[in-house]
Write a protein of this length. Structure first.
Length: 123
């Protein structure tokens, strides 16, 4: 067995440069980690800040667009499939559950806006 505490290995200049870069990186990463981003305040608002009425309209818009998209997908996939190619029909079938997911997301956004406005009975 070798005892690495007593062995000394020759270090080339490339290894010295690499070790120095590694130490410098550790020093800078510690200083970056110590700095915290400033908290959101009236003088420093978050990047996206919507009012409750804007969020309510966003949720309603998401719900409306997802219903329209689902109706188009239903027409392509089931009502007029002979007028569309196989790839378009596959895309329409795939988009149906996606539109349902966007509808649910819009509903949650709408509920969050109602909650912010103080309307706790919205459903």
């Amino acid at each position: 067995m070798f005892n690495t505490n007593t062995l000394q290995f020759p270090i080339s200049s490339k290894q010295d440069d690499f070790a120095a870069q590694a130490q410098a990186t550790q020093r800078t990463s510690k200083t970056k980690a110590d700095k915290k981003p400033p908290a959101a305040s009236p003088s420093n608002p978050p990047f996206f800040q919507f009012s409750a009425s804007t969020t309510l309209n966003l949720g309603r818009g998401m719900m409306l667009l997802s219903v329209l998209g689902a109706l188009v997908a239903l027409a392509v996939a089931y009502i007029y499939p002979e007028q569309f190619s196989l790839g378009e029909q596959v895309a329409a079938h795939i988009s149906l559950p996606l539109m349902a997911g966007f509808f649910k997301l819009g509903y949650v956004v709408r509920l969050a806006a109602h909650h912010t406005l103080g309307n706790y009975t919205a459903g």
